[in-house]
Design a protein around this ligand. Structure first.
Ligand SMILES: *Cc1c(COP(=O)(O)O)cnc(C)c1O
Length: 341
């Protein structure tokens, strides 16, 4: 009675390993909910790649992966800040590579551990974190272990931008370049132009790049016949037609439909949502659950662990205990069960 992620293990691994083979210097990224798989599972998979290095988002995630037995290096992608207590402790761990994105943080890092391993992040067109090229001359590493320059491009990352930043930084200090979000072909050009002194950090394309190898399913837990106009659910809304309320596993606790459906009152609101294909004919928000091959509307906003769906007509089209497909945003979903087939 669960929300489950079903993995065609052989086909999924065929994809991840082929991808890893096609990206020299690949750094697998395991962060957040582990793209649906959990970070420790991804770390175990990453042991089969060549690199010996993995990237996580924040210091807490680094600690989890190290505690789970990861023996290689761990890059913490979110830049270090003095207020992160665990981040300060990790500066003492020789397996951990800390990202530094401000000159003042470089000084603070040195004061905690003058020999800490760091990457220095460069500001890109994303404008999120990083030092500007005109500050390059102020980067003082002294005794720090320098693992290289970090370049985090927008999702439309361009080879020109990466090359420009990499060359400017390497003119100042020649060190490896760690990029994100280049196309594989562009990255291979960069890798070659830097004589192999390049890495690319990838999560989505690696772990979720073969969607046909993954199936996400909910279980039908219950169902009840309702007549048009009868009240139902927490909110005691009325059934729009004669039909069935079908209760399926999967709710807000799993990250299902986090943008809870709201009544779409204005015509404009409806037009927008209709254009996005998220409403059914009677104006209800479509759920991510499919029954008999079609997405069905929510009968009301999802509950913590289950969702109430509405199926119009005399036949509920499913039975209790049956599994139904549910579309999940993999970076926000926590599955009850991961089945490796
Ligand atoms: C999360 C992250 C990545 C991985 O992003 P995907 O789009 O999932 O491949 C790469 N680089 C940095 C700096 C990140 O924070």
């Amino acid at each position: 009675m669960t929300l489950s992620l079903n993995v065609d293990t052989k086909a999924w691994r065929a994809h991840t390993r082929a991808f890893a083979d096609s990206v020299p210097g690949l750094v697998p990224v395991a962060k957040g909910n582990g793209y649906g798989f959990r970070n420790t599972t991804l770390a175990a998979e990453a042991q089969h790649f060549d690199g010996g290095v993995i990237a996580v988002g924040v210091s807490r995630e680094a600690l989890r992966i190290l505690d789970a037995g990861w023996r290689g290096d761990v890059v913490v992608l979110n830049p270090w800040r003095p207020s992160d207590r665990l981040g300060r402790e990790l500066l003492l761990n020789p397996q951990v590579i800390t990202t530094v994105s401000r000159l003042e943080d470089l000084a603070s890092v040195r004061s905690v551990n003058p020999h800490a391993r760091v990457q220095v992040e460069l500001l890109t067109s994303m404008r999120r974190h990083g030092i500007d090229l005109d500050e390059l001359g102020l980067v003082k590493l002294q005794a720090l272990g320098f693992d290289g320059w970090s370049i985090h491009l927008p999702s439309t990352g361009s080879l020109d931008e990466a090359t420009g930043l990499a060359n400017a930084a390497r003119k100042y200090i020649k060190a490896p370049v760690w990029v994100s979000h280049l196309g594989v072909d562009d990255y291979r050009v960069l890798h070659e132009s830097l004589d192999g002194q390049a890495h690319m950090r990838v999560g989505t394309r690696l772990w979720l790049g073969a969607p046909s190898t993954l199936a996400t399913r909910a279980t039908v837990l219950d169902m009840h016949r309702v007549k048009r106009g009868e009240k139902l659910g927490y909110h005691q809304d009325r059934a729009p037609k004669d039909g069935w309320v079908v209760i399926a596993s999967g709710g807000t606790a799993h990250g299902i439909a986090l943008a809870a459906p709201v009544p779409q009152r204005s015509l404009r609101q409806r037009a927008v949502t209709l254009a996005e294909g998220a409403l059914d004919a009677s104006g209800r928000s479509l759920s991510p659950f499919s029954i008999a091959g079609r997405k069905r509307p929510f009968a009301e906003p999802p509950h913590m662990h289950s969702s109430m769906l509405f199926v119009a007509g005399g036949d509920p089209l499913v039975s209790i205990g049956q599994e139904v497909p549910v579309t999940c945003r993999m970076t926000t979903t926590t599955f009850d069960q991961i089945v490796w087939r």
